[in-house]
Design a protein around this ligand. Structure first.
Ligand code: HEC
Ligand code: HEC
Ligand code: HEC
Ligand code: HEC
Length: 500
């Protein structure tokens, strides 16, 4: 009985919600004829009219959550940083006054420290104006967060957290654009701090968002034309804050992580998310989980108030050309994160935020002093010429190329540069055999004796396909096929069975 009643009530609520969201969606694209320039029809967007006037175009992203490339979730291969870059470049070509903002969670989940580092670099290259702090970013750990925010001049902002030590994360970010002085602030809900590691949690204090706004906004209104609030809240917290926004001129909240349930019947490009509420003041824009869409809105500034003439979510469609600069960063990210996984498997007690233990890299010549036939064979493979290849291209000092053309790039004890670590140029033996000479080869016997005594080597071969794919990524090795490739480089073919 009660259950039925609850169901009925739920049904009514759902109906109301659908009706309300339909109204919101409709109001969102207030005028279908007004469109933003920079996009063409074939890219899955209806935004194409350059003649329309507005003072600023704002580009909203959020919840990248480590997805440098389309995740392919639900079978939809949209998104990715290299396409996001192409879209933003096009907008920039057409509109001089663009604000580029993100609602946080650059990184999230496994490998978040490395994700954050590479995404910070990518965000810097795109020229973001303000990036809110999300709990996914805090999970990276205070020190790493700070280090990369500083290194890549990431304009990260959070106004309701106070850090107990000096930090590159700011309380307010000032931006001048289109003749307006704009102050960006940002708040995060307390509940999200629940998943931040204790070590980082201890280094900050929290202030309720409403209190932060009351403290900060009136002051900012004196020095700036407009105050833009970024927030990392979630639906219910967002509703609670809605009545307490005096003085805020535009509000941009982090949206839910929405997925396409059935891509066959519902291609994501046709889903209209709840991107905005323009009926209220300040107008609200909500970011979409970003491997799929970016939000674009055209703002006008009249009577010291923003109004939004156009607002739409644009799919980061598969057809959009990829910006090769971001593919290059992404390749290195892939190498580094896979190599890190290999190191962590070998040292299971190392936690995610700890640097992996140094591995004692040797020159392949050293290995060759005992494994002569194999060494001679290896010399004939591309792996032994990998450094010469990037030198030919004059890219031998470029960290975007060194990762896969050397041994132990970025690892303690690994390749640094051709002068201090000349023996670690090329893809050496230890890239495929995790041989620690002290641990696994307990000998300093000369090669001849060693052979006779037969070292009890306990070797960790790292020659599975996913391990080759540290470097053999699609963009660099499009013809990669494990069994065919393995055949070409397998060292055992060098050994004369008669000698065994
Ligand atoms: C002092 C001589 C010596 C040096 C230097 C040496 N090895 Fe060995 N290694 C041996 C001997 C002896 C064996 C025993 C295998 C055999 O029966 O031939 C062996 C075994 C191996 C095996 C096979 C282990 C297994 O599980 O069957 C690998 C792989 C290997 N070495 C890789 C390397 C690499 C990589 C290096 C350089 C970092 C290296 N070795 C340096 C002497 C040496
Ligand atoms: C550290 C990065 C790295 C790893 C790991 C790696 N490779 Fe390579 N591989 C390269 C590079 C770089 C080249 C291109 C070398 C050149 O020509 O400059 C290459 C080239 C090759 C080639 C073509 C060249 C030739 O000699 O015929 C084959 C085949 C190959 N790799 C197989 C493999 C297999 C199989 C694995 C895993 C067991 C593997 N590689 C692991 C970086 C790597
Ligand atoms: C993610 C790892 C990775 C990165 C980063 C990388 N490469 Fe490579 N590169 C490879 C692999 C793997 C191959 C071998 C492809 C194959 O044969 O299938 C290769 C092959 C090459 C080749 C062709 C070699 C030949 O003669 O066939 C050139 C040239 C090259 N890379 C240049 C570069 C340059 C320049 C950069 C920096 C912009 C770079 N690579 C960055 C992995 C990488
Ligand atoms: C690109 C990867 C790669 C590189 C680089 C490489 N090897 Fe190998 N090696 C293999 C593969 C694959 C096998 C076959 C065993 C397997 O599948 O894991 C093998 C087998 C061996 C074996 C026989 C022991 C065994 O486990 O069957 C020895 C010894 C060896 N390699 C030593 C070396 C030495 C020394 C070098 C450097 C001169 C070297 N390898 C470079 C991939 C590699």
């Amino acid at each position: 009985m009660i259950r039925n009643r609850t169901t009925a009530v739920n049904l009514v609520i759902v109906c109301i919600a659908i009706a309300v969201s339909a109204i919101l969606t409709a109001s969102c694209i207030k005028n279908k004829n007004l469109v933003l320039a920079g996009f063409e029809k074939d890219e899955g967007s209806s935004l194409a009219d350059p003649s329309k006037k507005y003072d600023l175009a704002i580009v909203v992203t959020g919840s990248t959550a480590g997805e440098f490339e389309p995740c392919g979730c639900g079978g939809v291969y949209e998104g990715g940083f290299s396409r996001r870059s192409t879209m933003i470049d096009r907008l920039k070509k057409v509109h001089s006054n663009i604000l580029l903002v993100d609602t946080g969670d650059l990184a999230f989940g496994i490998g978040e420290v490395i994700q954050f580092e590479f995404l910070a670099q990518a965000y810097h290259m795109l020229g973001y104006d303000a990036v809110a702090l999300g709990e996914g970013d805090l999970r990276v750990g205070f020190d790493a967060l700070n280090q990369y925010a500083k290194q890549y001049q990431l304009p990260m902002v959070v106004s309701n957290l106070k850090f107990k030590s000096p930090t590159a994360i700011r309380e307010v970010i000032p931006v001048e654009r289109g003749g307006l002085r704009i102050a960006f602030i940002s708040v995060i809900a307390e509940r999200w701090l629940g998943i931040v590691p204790e070590e980082t949690r201890r280094r900050l204090t929290y202030e309720p968002p409403a209190q932060t706004l009351a403290r900060l906004v009136p002051k900012l209104k004196k020095d700036y034309d407009a105050v833009v609030l970024l927030s990392h809240l979630g639906t219910d917290e967002r509703e609670k804050l809605a009545g307490k926004l005096d003085g805020v001129d535009l509000w941009i909240d982090n949206g839910a992580h929405q997925w396409v349930s059935n891509p066959a019947t519902q291609p994501s490009s046709r889903i209209q998310p709840e991107f905005c509420n323009l009926q209220q003041y300040p107008p609200l824009l909500v970011s979409w989980k970003n491997d799929r869409k970016i939000g674009v809105a055209g703002l006008s500034w009249k009577d010291r108030k923003f109004s939004i003439t156009v607002a739409e979510m644009i799919p980061v469609a598969r057809e959009i050309k990829e910006d090769v600069r971001f593919l290059e960063i992404y390749d290195v990210y892939k190498y580094v994160s896979r190599q890190d996984a290999i190191n962590r498997i070998a040292n299971p007690r190392v936690t995610a935020t700890m640097p992996a233990k140094a591995f004692p890299y040797e020159s392949s010549d050293t290995c060759g002093s005992c494994h002569q036939e194999i060494y001679d064979f290896w010399k004939t493979t591309g792996h032994a010429k990998a450094f010469a290849t990037i030198r030919k291209d004059n890219r031998d000092a470029d960290s975007n190329c060194l990762a896969c053309h050397t041994s132990g790039f970025r690892e303690p004890g690994g390749f640094e540069n051709p002068i201090t670590t000349p023996h670690l140029k090329d893809v050496g033996c230890q890239i495929c055999h995790r041989v620690d000479m002290k641990k696994h080869h307990k000998t300093s016997l000369p090669p001849e004796r060693a052979k006779i005594e037969k070292i009890r080597a306990k070797v960790n071969n790292i020659t599975a396909s996913w391990q080759c794919q540290r470097c053999h990524v699609p963009h660099r090795s499009p013809k990669y096929n494990y069994s065919q490739y393995l055949k070409k480089i397998k060292c055992t073919q060098a050994l004369d069975p008669a000698q065994e």
